[in-house]
Design a protein around this ligand. Structure first.
Ligand SMILES: O=CCCC(=O)O
Length: 453
């Protein structure tokens, strides 16, 4: 088995850098350092923890260009979107710097006791297993609330963004966090499993595939450790006949194609009422054709290569199998190395892979719904439950649809997006638990009941 990882620029196909996997001794040192740091960090005043968040934001600001370029090189994200990702991390730091004190304050509960309240205590080491598609954002949204709550974090990142993983540890240290508050391990599956089983690690946060989530959650469960899972999605984008297409088609296209379609919360199934289907298709295709595709280092590139050639091949396979079952290609489905062309598919039926499975790349499936009721039924016909969006000018009817949505999020006239102020997470095969907001911050704390008679 290889003991090194070589990162590769997916756009150029050139190797970037080779890293050694951490040895068992190095990982033991990480665990010991984390354990030692936790003893003092958990007692550090919340004001000090939030002031470090401000310094963390400053570090991100200072290194914005280098970090964005690193992300673009390692996983092919268009540079403007890489910068936006760093900016979102800064927003996250600011949000918790302002609100963490309040979120973590004791919650008084009236009982017959002299005093009764909930105290939110840190639990110790929390492992994060993170994916490559938002290499900074997904790690920050785990680390910032979790560490600010008094825990310490250990990151096992996706191999293809190892440079980003190490850069994040450097940023925490440069901001002045005690060594051991945030550490990165470069590890394979077995070593990661051993970390999760160690006494020091109390819980795990996973963002990734359903397969990864199941495997890690079962190890956590066997060891009685909590897990939060943010897994795949197959979000419906419902378009009713009273939608304002002129205004919202660009939002819908962005919802599918930004980050080259590699997002769990991307709009994947466009479910359109049949009386506006042709008009929708024409406008949607025109907008997709206007996207600037090419070199991710160029300022105005909107879509570039996918993050790895094998992922692009896997996506093409899902499309080809769907075509065999009768799907029609309106545009795209061509592949050169990791470059997969933006693809629009019609004539979709529910037995096709592009309807029933997550398509993690630039493929939009356009599905005809007989009416509004049928559109909601089609949207709910998914094993996944990360989010759904509805475009309509009838807001009262949209409110009535809320109860029909079984997902973790429902956005009306907006793409599903994560926001530090709002809880983020899914239902069904999309996982459980929440990130972000107060809800996310309280996932990895001991909600201790205190009762003084
Ligand atoms: O890939 C899933 C999450 C992306 C996001 O938080 O915007």
């Amino acid at each position: 088995m290889s003991t090194t990882i070589t990162t590769v620029n997916p756009y150029t196909g050139k190797d970037i850098k080779t890293y050694n996997l951490h040895t068992k001794e190095e990982i033991d040192t990480v665990l010991k350092t984390g354990e030692k740091t936790f003893k003092t960090w958990k007692k550090t005043a919340i004001k000090e923890r939030t002031s470090l968040l401000k310094k963390l934001a400053k570090q991100l600001e200072k290194k914005r260009e280098d970090l964005s370029a690193l992300m673009t090189a390692e996983m092919g994200k268009p540079i403007a979107q890489s910068r936006a990702e760093i900016d979102k991390c800064i927003w996250l730091c600011d949000f918790y710097a302002k609100n963490a004190d309040n979120f973590l304050s004791d919650a008084i509960i009236d009982t017959e006791a002299q005093e009764s309240f909930i105290s939110y205590d840190p639990i110790g080491g929390v492992l994060a297993v993170m994916p490559w598609n938002y290499p900074f954002w997904q790690v920050f949204r785990f680390a910032v609330p979790t560490i600010t709550a008094g825990n310490v974090g250990v990151l096992k990142h996706a191999a293809n963004v190892t440079g980003c993983a190490l850069a994040i540890q450097d940023i925490f240290e440069a901001a002045g966090y005690p060594k051991g508050c945030f550490q990165t391990i470069i590890a394979d599956h077995k070593a990661t499993e051993n970390v999760l089983e160690s006494n020091f690690i109390q819980a795990v946060s996973v963002t990734g595939s359903e397969k990864a989530g199941k495997s890690i959650a079962s190890i956590a469960g066997k060891n009685l450790k909590k897990s939060v899972l943010e897994l795949g999605g197959n979000n419906a984008c419902i378009v009713w006949d009273n939608a304002d297409l002129e205004t919202y088609i660009p939002t819908m296209v962005k919802a599918r194609f930004q980050n080259t379609g590699q997002s769990c919360i991307a709009a994947k199934r466009f479910i359109v009422e049949e009386n506006i289907y042709d008009e929708f298709l024409e406008k949607f295709k025109k907008e997709v054709e206007s996207l600037k595709i090419g070199n991710p280092e160029e300022e105005d590139t909107f879509m570039a290569s996918m993050a790895r050639t094998d992922l692009a091949e896997e996506l093409k396979k899902q499309v080809d199998e769907s075509v065999q079952k009768g799907a029609k290609i309106l545009m795209g489905n061509t592949l050169t190395n990791a470059n997969y062309a933006p693809t629009i598919l019609t004539n979709i039926t529910e037995d096709m892979p592009v309807f029933s499975q997550e398509t993690f790349g630039p493929v939009a499936t356009i599905i005809k719904a007989k009416n509004k009721k049928h559109s909601l039924e089609l949207a709910a016909n998914s094993r996944f439950g990360l989010g759904a969006m509805l475009f309509t000018e009838d807001i009262d009817a949209a409110r009535e649809a809320i109860d029909h949505i079984e997902d973790g999020a429902f956005f009306v006239n907006e793409m599903v997006k994560s926001d530090p102020r709002l809880p983020f997470g899914g239902t069904k095969a999309s996982g459980y638990g929440r990130e972000l907001s107060k809800e996310g911050m309280l996932e990895f704390v001991n909600k201790k009941t205190v009762y003084i008679k």
